[in-house]
Design a protein around this ligand. Structure first.
Ligand code: GRG
Length: 308
């Protein structure tokens, strides 16, 4: 049987099938989310329909996949990590619903469908976002718990990543930066908070669900930070190189809104090089996990090479 060597130095007897891995994890995440969320018909039905509309609109489920893969890297189980993977997807979906609102990015199209406020109206879309954000904390609070990390640790982890120093800080800086010339340093500040913080939180939670030790948590933090930053740079690149149909969201929005992006600040070619450098650093962080990091490594490669 041929042996494949990977970037992290791990050796595997079979090449890793990322497509099969993602489709299996996506199905499992969708099943779990379906059980965590109130049914469509639960009163008041409109809000639950709206929450489910965006949650099941066909997102790539990258954050849950990263969370589950991080748990595996630390020897944990999908079962223990799943509630946290679902909590993160709820927060991510809330952020997209609010980001699309007329007061924010004002977008009509997301995950290949009309945006939440286009279907349900602005008031319900705001509430659907609020509902998903709150749902995330309910899911985390109901988890059965882990020996090394308390519910307090887990809830703090999520609150910090989603709060006004990270996700919301990034969005504020993004809004305030529109139409202005900003430096590469300021742009990094935005991307670290707007995108990298939640991706980093996803892998940290996966590790915590597996009772990871301090050095494993540090490695996951380095991995998540670098992959998260690379993810947003690739997102900036795709906004100008892909079509609306390919992306499932309106292409060219950043340029139209005079947003600060990596291609706008450092150019397209340099942006690609920076994303590759960050991904290489992420691979470096995985060395401590050896062969157990095969899924994380494949996900990082995919996130760098993705076309949507
Ligand atoms: C508090 C009113 C209020 C709003 C908060 C924080 C926030 C709004 C928005 C977050 C900003 C944001 C949308 C960052 C971009 C991150 C990003 C690249 C999202 C797209 O992620 P994908 O490609 O999407 O994983 P899918 O649809 O595949 O899940």
């Amino acid at each position: 049987m041929p042996v494949t060597a990977t970037r992290t130095g791990a050796r595997h007897s079979r090449p890793f099938d990322l497509q099969a891995y993602l489709s299996d994890r996506t199905e499992a995440v969708n099943r779990a989310l379906n059980l965590f969320l109130p049914r469509d018909a639960t009163r008041p039905a409109t809000i639950h329909k709206a929450m489910r509309y965006s949650l099941f609109a066909g997102g790539k489920r990258m954050r849950p996949a990263l969370c589950l893969a991080a748990a595996e890297a630390c020897g944990g189980s999908m079962e223990d990590a799943m509630p946290l993977a679902c909590a993160i997807e709820c927060i991510h979906t809330y952020s997209l619903i609010h980001d699309d609102l007329p007061a924010m990015d004002n977008d009509d199209y997301r995950r290949g469908k009309p945006t939440n406020h286009k279907v349900f109206g602005e008031g319900i879309a705001i509430l659907a976002g609020d509902g998903l954000l709150t749902q995330a904390f309910e899911i985390a609070a109901k988890c059965r718990g882990w020996s090394r990390y308390s519910h307090r640790d887990i809830v703090l982890e999520i609150a910090r990543a989603a709060g006004s120093l990270q996700l919301i800080a990034g969005q504020v800086a993004d809004l305030e930066g529109e139409g202005k010339k900003i430096s590469a340093g300021e742009l990094k500040y935005i991307h670290e908070r707007k995108t990298s913080a939640l991706l980093c939180c996803s892998v940290r939670l996966g590790g915590m669900s597996a009772n990871c030790n301090a050095s494993q948590l540090k490695a996951l933090t380095d991995f998540g930070y670098n992959v998260g930053l690379a993810f947003q740079i690739i997102d900036d690149i795709l906004d100008i190189t892909q079509t609306t149909e390919q992306l499932g969201k309106t292409a060219g929005k950043d340029t139209a809104a005079q947003k600060a992006t990596y291609p706008a600040v450092v150019g397209l070619e340099e942006s690609r090089k920076v994303a590759q450098r960050l991904t290489n650093r992420a691979f470096g962080a995985l060395k401590v996990f050896r062969a157990k990091a095969v899924a994380l490594e494949a996900l990082a490669t995919y996130l760098l090479q993705r076309d949507r």
